[in-house]
Write a protein that binds this ligand. Sequence first.
Ligand code: OOG
Ligand code: MG
Length: 255
Amino acid sequence: MIDLERMAEIVDDAARSATTIPQFSEERALTVAEGYEIQKLSMHRRYARGDRRIGIKMGFTSRAKQLQMGLDDLIWGRLTETMRVAEGSSVSMAQYVHPRVEPEIAYLIKHRVAGNVSALEAINAVAGIACAMEVIDSRYADFKFDVGDVLADNTSAAGFVIGNWHAPDTDVTNLGLVLSINGRPRQIGSTAAILGNPARALVAAIRMAAEVGEPLEPGDIVLAGAATAAVELAAGDHVEAQFETLGSIGFTIVD
Ligand code: OOG
Ligand code: MG
């Protein structure tokens, strides 16, 4: 019998101490349901220490990410208060194992929304839209995992930065973006890479959160998933993402 609570403790300890662990799938592949259950249990360990869920993130919503990681199931994870990185701030490399950054779109939820909604209903439940970056940091050695592993590890969530909120009717279907490190462009793309329209990721987030009895509430944040492949980070890196219409955001990694 596999001990999901014990596995939750293992991923939680790895995230907390910024150390790598072997993939669970090296012994036996987890089912999708087991992966999500371990994620839930591990996040409850964080909440018990005072952290708080403030939204959810979608993963593998772009072809670029699916190709980079070799997985193509739409996945989701939980965002917590301590993952928030203030725009323009510095974060310490010490809290990460092997962080990567990726450009995303963020939605701010205006009122409770759940179930199977249309893109229009989803947008009507939004108070604002912003450019964002996610810092992902798989707890698995070499950043390698199968779908059960990555679900158990809260879909590699480690941090996120959000820009200024824009009106909910801002058209973000096809905005050009550049992700630069130390002034050098490393990824160039468009928000259209996110399922053809980031609103589709929002629709999926609303459905998937409701399915586990955690419907999106006012003030919740939804990250729609990366528009490009993720880029590795190192101490000393200054990261900047520039989005057409939505503006720019940045942060620095220090020792
Ligand atoms: C899994 C998380 C994927 C995205 O935006 O596609 C993700 C990973 O690549 O480690 O956050
Ligand atoms: Mg992401």
